[in-house]
Design a protein around this ligand. Structure first.
Ligand SMILES: *Cc1c(COP(=O)(O)O)cnc(C)c1O
Length: 373
């Protein structure tokens, strides 16, 4: 089955009891046990272990990422934490130098307590990752395109290098989404999403997910970490993410089309120093992105000429773009990323990040044109 069809149907069995086509939301925290042996009578026991709405979502998450199994979480960071809590103590982890900032905060503030060491590496250079691998490296955590510089990682090459060191490759696929890029098909072992973003798709639900190439011991350990540490999604949030997945393929087409138009406009603007969008042939990762993604996505960042003041001035003047963090919703967002990330930010002060929404592209271009005046 092709991607669009899987996204529309997976986890969508008609409800046995009622014939409902849209899935029911089961809010029950507890499930009847069998009269004979006291075990779970229909596979479910307690909401924190698993529940029917979450199970439907996980079926869909596995299907769209070409995975053998998937786990849903309360947030993207709950998914990241559960996976990092699954790394054996005493291990070394390689992280991307440009990647979601809270992952770096998790590493600096919690890895030492968990007995993990790490290095930040520019992953657009595969040989830099190769040099960073140590005998006790168990995991390489990459992000492509990366947040917020939109760096592209050669996932196939990185998987080969990582595996030859006996480690697993984990890919944060939040920006690309499985509609455009499926890292497991390129060699990754685990795919992580902040489903808060494109999978939910409407800026109204928080969630995270892990999809596993194989239902192996990493899957088992991450599931155990979720059950015991408790970063579980609510049934309603699971349902909203499942609902978002239904329209993911269609939404991504428009996000990509609009982003292409905005990127071309920005690239030609004299007030703009640089545009970071992998769909532009000027982007250093363009060719790799064209190989491993079916399109280039709805995220980009650009640097205005001038510094922090000028960037804040431009963001302060938009009327269609809303000034807010996060991404992947129907509405376009503009963000001064260094301000959002705070004092430990590595992001250039003149950088603005855009999440391109589903508005008419000419309204987006006109809005940026008047803001840059
Ligand atoms: C938002 C985001 C996360 C974290 O997800 P939350 O749902 O906010 O916890 C991780 N990685 C990327 C790339 C993100 O954009």
């Amino acid at each position: 089955m092709r991607f669009e069809t899987k996204a529309v149907h997976s986890g969508g069995q008609v409800d046995e009891g009622s014939g409902a086509v849209a899935p029911p939301i089961h809010l029950s925290t507890t499930f009847e046990r069998s009269a004979s042996d006291g075990g779970p009578s229909r596979g479910f026991s307690y909401i924190r272990d698993s529940n029917p709405t979450q199970a439907r979502l996980e079926e869909a998450l596995a299907a769209i990422d070409s995975a053998e199994g998937a786990l849903a979480f309360a947030s993207g960071m709950a998914a990241v934490s559960a996976l990092m809590q699954s790394v054996p103590s005493g291990s070394h982890v390689v992280l991307a130098d440009d990647g979601y900032y809270a992952v770096r905060v998790l590493a600096s503030d919690f890895f030492p307590r968990w007995g993990l060491s790490y290095d930040l590496v520019p992953m657009e250079t595969t040989s830099a990752v190769q040099r960073a691998l140590l005998p006790n490296t168990r995991a390489v955590w990459c992000e492509s395109p990366s947040n917020p510089l939109m760096k592209i990682v050669d996932l196939r090459a990185l998987a080969a290098v990582t595996h030859s060191a006996g480690a697993i490759l984990i890919a944060d696929n939040t920006f690309a989404t499985p509609a455009l890029q499926r890292p497991i098909e390129l060699g990754a072992d685990v795919v992580m999403h902040s489903t808060t973003k494109y999978l939910g798709g409407h800026s109204d639900v928080q969630g995270g997910s892990l999809a596993f190439r194989a239902r192996n011991d990493w899957y088992e350990r991450a599931e155990h970490a979720r059950t015991i540490a408790g970063g579980v999604a609510s049934p309603f949030n699971s349902w909203l993410v499942l609902r978002g997945i239904r329209s993911l393929a269609a939404r991504m087409r428009v996000h990509c089309e609009n982003a292409r138009i905005v990127a071309r406009f920005l690239e030609k603007h004299r007030g703009v120093e640089a545009v970071h969008y992998p769909g532009l042939s000027s982007h250093p990762g363009h060719e790799i992105a064209a190989r491993q993604m079916s399109d280039f996505g709805g995220m980009m960042s650009f640097r205005v000429k001038g510094g922090r003041e000028e960037a804040l001035r431009v963001a302060g003047r938009t009327r269609v773009f809303v000034r807010a963090t996060s991404l992947g919703g129907t509405e376009s967002l503009i963000e001064h990323r260094a301000s959002s990330e705070g004092p430990t930010s590595r992001t250039p002060e003149n950088l603005l990040r855009l999440s391109i929404g589903l508005e008419h592209p000419e309204d987006l271009v006109e809005d940026l044109a008047q803001a840059l005046e």
